[in-house]
Design a binder for this molecule. Sequence first.
Ligand SMILES: Nc1ncnc2c1ncn2[C@@H]1O[C@H](COP(=O)(O)OP(=O)(O)OP(=O)(O)O)[C@@H](O)[C@H]1O
Length: 339
Amino acid sequence: MTEADDHMDFDLEVEPEDEGEEALETDLGEPCLVVDDLNVVYRVIGGRAKKEAEKQGAEVREVKVKVPFFKRLLQAGRGHVGAVSEIHAVRGVSFTVRHGESVGIVGVNGSGKSTMLRAIAGLMPPRSGSVHVSGEPSLLGVNAALMPQLTGERNIMIGGLALGLTPKQVDERFDEVVEFAGIGDFVYLPMKTYSSGMGARLRFAISSSASPDILMIDEALATGDAAFKERSKARIEQVRENAGTVFLVSHSISTIEAMCTRVLWMHQGQLVMDGPVHEVAEAYKDFVRAQRPGNRGMSPARRRAHLRKKAREEAEQRAAAKAQQKAESEAKKAAESRA
Ligand SMILES: Nc1ncnc2c1ncn2[C@@H]1O[C@H](COP(=O)(O)OP(=O)(O)OP(=O)(O)O)[C@@H](O)[C@H]1O
């Protein structure tokens, strides 16, 4: 992958453990989350974050910050801190989610997936728009509470308490959380000594231990082996059966297909598609393939011709299927009238 392509690190391969797997359909309840015209903006100083965001296609603009006269006097001779820019990470996103839904979020690097989850969890104030949640949004609440300098053991207690469990309930679930995270005796060491995968798995294990109303999983599943994924899937189904809602951000489309019923596709901070898992997954895969270096070289005219040909083929397939259906139903009617 070249540097220019490194924001496209998604995975279209079907993982062996995801082969043929689909999320269970459950009865959907009342809406539990309404995101209404959400806009989230980061303010950054200096050029690095700005450049990175521009490379990822985010909307970036320089802002003029008025420095009061006395501050300018105080800073005189100290050099300036650099230009201030605003990165518009989430742009006018609206959707509603019902109890029991399992929602995947896809999009290339920097498309705003994590920022949106952070805003839903109340960790990022929106610039405008609103998020209405009924119930307790989990994971990130726990993330905020955890402390890297403390042992996994202490963090399980802190995280459990943050999720509303009593100390006795945390004690009862301790072994299960450690086993789920697969971190063994590391649980007695400070979390800052963990690999990023171990940390992510422990956070997921803690967050899902209290059957939260809304469970948010940001890439944690990518850090586990097949057995961890299997345990996660069972945990996700359990949360949904208790009418909870699951959000899953993943770069692995097969993980999303195996675990979600609905997908939101974000691009450059905007919601470009929201629909049933297979519909959005197919459209996203097409987009990813078209972005691959070989295909990106296609001239606009050739790409248009390619898309026209594809649309024609699909229309022909649909017409053939319809004709066959009609012929079958006429044959059936004829057979019935003969009988
Ligand atoms: N803490 C931050 N400060 C400034 N800009 C940020 C910060 N976090 C994210 N951004 C910028 O906001 C935009 C959206 O980033 P975000 O991390 O939400 O995207 P993402 O889709 O989750 O990406 P990835 O798949 O790489 O995790 C990007 O342009 C990113 O550079």
